[in-house]
Every structure is written in structure tokens, then in C-alpha cells.
Design a protein around this ligand. Structure first.
Ligand code: FAD
Length: 390
């Protein structure tokens, strides 16, 4: 059994680590707390450096301008990227986390939307959740009805992240109420300035990146803006579930590792009652617990990524990983704040920001209860068998 990363991945991972340590982390203190977008000039500079190092959009296929790395390479590098808030932010200069459904874009849609989104010239928001349907996405009410060479969309979307800043929205709507998840749900690319579409309200949430409520009132969308095939919206989303969950898990690994690294440094340097914190057993136990949980999450995440690269369909494992990694990172951040005392709660350090952001991830991309349900159902059906060899 070989746990070593393949040399080309390891090399790129170490490059990412150096860049984050030497360039990104020193910049963090100079940025506004709770920033959403970097100053444009700084974003451009960082992105140019990241591209030159071969670290930009590592998981995006080469034909779309990314580095085309597989799941393991993507995971290993994203872990490094996410040791800095510059890498975990929604509009990161590390680039192109393409919303998965966009992989179904036609050639014309790629030119008009996907490439400009990847280059950062256009911003995209995802609008699936509604006031009456979140985890149970098949229960959405937004309707799309045929109208000549296009569709008329009506409904209310809730939580679409940063849709007020987006140029285009990926809207999920019901095209056949009888079929719903089984061929009756479709995805549409809707330009934000389309008549009838409005951002009704901003929803301030725990993390800096706000959400929005969107009203679609008889919005006309041409047939050319249907993403993939009519009725295949749900099937398309299923195909890329693993990618979204693995991206979250890798982010949790990076954030938790930095929190642990910061805790170790602080425990060595901070003295109370004449001794470094590192000498106190109460602090040592927090460090040990954080390391053990992080280590377990990392093995689970890398193993799942490896399985995907081997051609398996690790959908259930990805649920396991999403659930485990988000809860691990939350506990590790909580302990890191405790080790840092009062300064850990201030915006001088990235810990409190990440604490809020990671809390959101236990609900976003499906609440963890749904992921536990996926794992339990798979166990009970005998599809996931404890002790099964790889
Ligand atoms: C900050 C933030 C950003 C978001 N960004 C987007 C976005 O960009 N686009 C978008 O479309 N959506 C977005 N969402 C929505 C997100 O995906 C939903 O909030 C999530 O899927 C949960 O749906 P819900 O909030 O309706 O909760 P519900 O589905 O109502 O569930 C509420 C709670 O009930 C429990 N629960 C639900 N079902 C079960 C079950 N079967 N078994 C056991 N327990 C269960 C869970 O604990 C869950 O947390 C965002 C949400 C947040 C908070």
C-alpha cells in the first residue's frame, strides 16, 4: 500500500505551499476584515503569479484553460490554497471553481459564458434553493413554460450567493411538474439584466459573503440558454455531486491545518504564569485532538479522491467526507480560538472569519443530516459494506 503522493502532484503541492506561505499569508493582515473581493489590481497581480506557477484552476479541464488535474491533484493543491483567506474567498485569484452544471454547456455557451466566467470577466450565481425547498430540491416551485423559441420563468429563489454581483444566474426550474426529478427539471442560464428578474432582497448571513432572494416574474429565456437537455437538470446535478463535496472537504483540510499550525506556533511562544502554553496538558490535548481529527479527515478525503481517479463512483464516500471534514474543521477552529485566547476572537487573525464560514458549510451543499442519511441508507442496503477491500 503506497500513501505517497505521485511526484508531479507533490511538486505542485509544495509550490502552492511556498506561494501561500511567502505571498498570501503576509498579505492577509493588510486586507479589510470581511472583504468579499480583493482590490482589482491586487487580484490581477496574484492571479498572474498563480497562473505562472501552474496553480490556477487546477481542477478545470485543459480545453477550458485550467490545469486539468485529477481529483487527487486537485484535492492536494486545494488543501494548500485554502490555508489562506485569499484561497478560500468566493472570488479567489486561484481561479475557476466552475459550478458543475456549466460542464454541460454547449460550444456556443462555453464561448459566451463559461470562458468569460473562468477568466473572471463574468460572475455567476447559482439559484436552486427556494423558500419552500432546500434539501429537498425536487420540491422547487419555480416554473418554466414554453413560449415560442424559448421559455418563461416565474418563481422565487432564496439564498443565491452574491447574485446581486453576478452577470448571469444558473436558474433551476420545473419544466414538467409530473416528472420533476425524473426528467422534469431543467437548468437555464439567465442574464441578470433580463427584464422581470430582480434581486428582491439581500440576506446577510454568518459569513461575509451574503446571499440574496431573487424574484423571476415571467422572465423570457431563449432556448439557446437551456443548459444541457430539457428535463435533465437533476441528472446533471447528480453527475457532479462528488466534485462539490470534495471541494468543500479539501477546503476544510486547508483551513483546519492552518488553524493547527497557528495554534502550535502560539502555544510555543505565548507564556502565562511563567510557562509557555505548550507546557500545559490542557493545551497539549487540544493540539493532539485537532491533529488526530485532521489526519483522519485527510486520509478519508485523499482516499476518496484517489478512488475517483481510479474510475470508481465515490458518491457515498463524498457524502461521508463532506460531513466528516466540515465537522472536523469546525472543532479544530473552535480549539484554535481557545488556544489563542482573546486575540483568536479578533479580526486580526483569520480564525473567527473561518469559524463563521465553516459553520455555514455544515448546511450548504446539503445539510450534514442529509449526508448521514446517504451513508446510512447505503449501509442498510448493503451497498456500503464495512471492511470491504478497496
Ligand atoms: C450561506 C448560504 C449560502 C447558500 N448559497 C446557495 C446558493 O448559492 N444557491 C442555492 O441554490 N442555495 C444556496 N444555499 C441554500 C442551501 O443549499 C440550503 O440552505 C440547504 O440545502 C438546506 O436547505 P434549507 O435551508 O431549506 O433547509 P431544510 O431543507 O428546510 O432543512 C432544515 C434542516 O432540517 C434537517 N433536515 C432536512 N431534511 C432532513 C432529512 N431528510 N433528514 C434529517 N434531517 C433533515 C437538517 O438539519 C436541515 O439543516 C445557501 C445557504 C446558505 C446558508
Amino acid at each position: 500500500m503506497d500513501f505517497a503522493l505521485p511526484a508531479p502532484i507533490l511538486e505542485r503541492k509544495l509550490t502552492a505551499r511556498r506561494f501561500v506561505d511567502e505571498t498570501c499569508i503576509p498579505l492577509e493582515r493588510e486586507l479589510e476584515p470581511d472583504w468579499i473581493e480583493l482590490p482589482p489590481e491586487l487580484h490581477r497581480q496574484l492571479e498572474a503569479q498563480i497562473r505562472a506557477l501552474g496553480l490556477w484552476a487546477v481542477g478545470v479541464p485543459r480545453e477550458l484553460g485550467g490545469e486539468g488535474m485529477g481529483a487527487l491533484g486537485y484535492t492536494a493543491i486545494r488543501e494548500e490554497q485554502c490555508r489562506t483567506v485569499i484561497g478560500t474567498s468566493h472570488y479567489t485569484p486561484f481561479g475557476g471553481e466552475l459550478p458543475a452544471p456549466l460542464y454541460f454547456a454547449s460550444e456556443e455557451q462555453k464561448a459566451r459564458y463559461v470562458l468569460p466566467i473562468l477568466r473572471g470577466e463574468k460572475k455567476v450565481a447559482f439559484a436552486q434553493t427556494e423558500p419552500g425547498a432546500g434539501s429537498d430540491a425536487a420540491a422547487i416551485e419555480t416554473r418554466a413554460v414554453r413560449d415560442g423559441d424559448g421559455w418563461r420563468l416565474s418563481g422565487v429563489k432564496r439564498f443565491a450567493t452574491l447574485a446581486d454581483r453576478a452577470d448571469v444566474l444558473l436558474v433551476v426550474a420545473v419544466t414538467d411538474p409530473e416528472k420533476r426529478a425524473r426528467g422534469g427539471i431543467t437548468m437555464f442560464l439567465v442574464d441578470r439584466d433580463t427584464p422581470g428578474l430582480r434581486v428582491h432582497r439581500i440576506l446577510k448571513v454568518l459569513r461575509p459573503q451574503h446571499s440574496t432572494e431573487i424574484v423571476l416574474d415571467n422572465v423570457f429565456v431563449p432556448q439557446s440558454n437551456v443548459l444541457g437537455e430539457v428535463g435533465q437538470g437533476f441528472a446533471m446535478a447528480q453527475k457532479f455531486l462528488v466534485r462539490g463535496r470534495m471541494s468543500i472537504a479539501a477546503r476544510c483540510l486547508g483551513v483546519a491545518r492552518r488553524a493547527l499550525e497557528m495554534s502550535l506556533a502560539y502555544a510555543r511562544e505565548r507564556h502565562t504564569f511563567g510557562q509557555p502554553l505548550a507546557e500545559r496538558q490542557a493545551v497539549q490535548w487540544m493540539l493532539a485532538d485537532s491533529y488526530m481529527e485532521w489526519h483522519a479527515a485527510r486520509l478519508l478525503t485523499y482516499e476518496t479522491a484517489w478512488k475517483e481517479d481510479q474510475g470508481h463512483d465515490p458518491r457515498v464516500e463524498a457524502s461521508e467526507v463532506k460531513c466528516f471534514a466540515t465537522e472536523m474543521a469546525f472543532r479544530v477552529l473552535d480549539r484554535a480560538i481557545q488556544v489563542h485566547g482573546g486575540i483568536g476572537l479578533t479580526k486580526d487573525l483569520p480564525l473567527e472569519r473561518w469559524f463563521r464560514e465553516i459553520r455555514v458549510l455544515r448546511i450548504g451543499e446539503g445539510p450534514n443530516e442529509i449526508h448521514r442519511w446517504v451513508v446510512a441508507r447505503s449501509l442498510l442496503r448493503g451497498q456500503l459494506v464495512p471492511g470491504q477491500p478497496w
